[in-house]
Design a protein. Structure first.
Ligand code: PMP
Length: 372
């Protein structure tokens, strides 16, 4: 098996699995229980929260645990919009958001909120002049992901923050699911941050919403006592603990791992361009983990399915989009239907080896020749 779909999800780190297993055996109590085992489980959750704050330099945030980034985005967007609706109903977002952001915003639009979607320039970055012009007195929220999952576009966070700083009545949410664990990020100036453990070799079913303490939310999941008044339910202590371990490991030897991925990306691009004539790199400036190519004349799902039969796993579009061969995201950046129909995403990890890329390139070459 050759797995090259690390942006869809990552295999859990064995140390994370061990930590999860041991924690479950030792601290299985309900952390709301007032006996000693409950208290020690609660203490472990508290320590994990502090660890997350330390690693991300996020002391001024509450760490709210959710079931994943989808829920974090729901809580950030719906939770904030409903709590702030009497001040204004205007929201600004980018056209490169994950479906868990766009579907929340579509829902909010149906509830009477007004959502403006920014234009992008030819480099895939949002139009910053338009952004500032769109901010109004009744703008309550801006939601812009740092990294787009399909093309790996990185927005200019520093400039976005500068603009938002000039408009202190505006709250800034960023979906950092494709960024946390992959990049080092300065979170200052961002009010609400979503991410998910399974994108950085942690487990599925656990995510975080970081909430700047001045921001209030309307809970989306109401219920029993939890670590936060904003999200009910018995805390998933073992998953929370495992998320802390995964985050710590993700930033361990970070520079070495990052450099390796950068070199692998260069190798991947060079090998594909050397071996396949009709190939298009859809976004040159992407983060090294996310690489999007088109093979004009061959539909993306044919490439994906043929590779899958050979146990090579990549994705056509991002895992959460629709399953037919047309990428709206690729169309936006390339303005070409042909490229949008034939795009695939190859996502790399520090676990990737050069010989896996060699096999991938060889197999893509066969598929392209067979289907032309
Ligand atoms: N946002 C982005 C940018 C993503 O890539 C994903 C996962 N594909 C999500 C949100 C949703 O994350 P989760 O699977 O944890 O709900």
């Amino acid at each position: 098996m050759i797995y090259l779909d690390y942006s869809a999800t990552t295999p859990p780190n064995i140390e994370v699995l061990d930590a999860y297993h041991k924690f479950n055996q030792e601290f299985f109590a309900n952390s709301n229980s007032s006996h000693e085992l409950g208290l020690s489980t609660r203490q472990k959750i508290k320590e994990t929260g502090e660890l997350i704050q330390d690693i991300l330099d996020a002391k001024s945030y509450e760490v709210i645990y959710t079931s994943g980034a989808t829920e974090s985005n729901n809580l950030a967007l719906k939770g904030f919009a409903f709590s702030k609706q009497y001040f204004g109903k205007h929201i600004i977002t980018s056209p490169y958001e994950h479906s868990s952001v766009t579907s929340c915003l579509n829902y909010l639009a149906k509830q009477g909120f007004e959502v403006d979607v920014l234009s992008i320039d030819e480099t895939g970055k949002i139009d910053l002049d338009e952004f500032e012009e769109l901010i109004r007195k009744d703008t309550i929220l801006v939601s812009i992901a740092l990294i787009n999952a399909e093309l790996g576009i990185r927005q200019d966070l520093v400039k976005i923050k500068e603009i938002i700083k000039r408009h202190p009545h505006v709250t800034f949410h960023s979906d950092m699911t494709q960024a946390i664990g992959k990049l080092r990020i300065d979170l200052s100036g961002i009010d609400l941050i979503s991410f998910s453990a399974h994108k950085f070799y942690g487990l599925k079913g656990i995510g975080v919403l970081l909430r700047k303490r001045k921001i209030t939310l309307e809970p989306v999941v109401h219920g029993g006592k939890s670590t936060s008044i904003y999200r009910g339910g018995t805390p998933a202590a073992p998953l929370i603990y495992a998320l802390g371990v995964a985050l710590e490991l993700a930033y361990k030897d970070f520079d070495i791992k990052h450099k390796k991925i950068q070199l692998l990306r260069e190798y991947l691009i060079a090998e594909l361009q050397k071996n396949i004539k009709n190939i298009h790199l859809n976004y040159e400036q992407s983060i090294p983990q996310i690489n999007n190519f088109s093979f004009p004349g061959v539909e993306s799902n044919i490439i994906q399915e043929s590779l899958s039969k050979k146990h090579i796993y990549i994705s056509s579009q991002s895992a959460c989009s629709s399953d037919f061969s047309f990428s709206v995201t690729v169309k936006k950046i390339t303005n070409s239907n042909e490229l949008a129909k034939s795009s695939i995403r190859i996502s790399l990890s520090h676990l990737t080896e050069k010989n896996e890329i060699d096999v991938l390139v060889k197999e893509i070459k066969v598929i392209i020749n067979e289907n032309h």
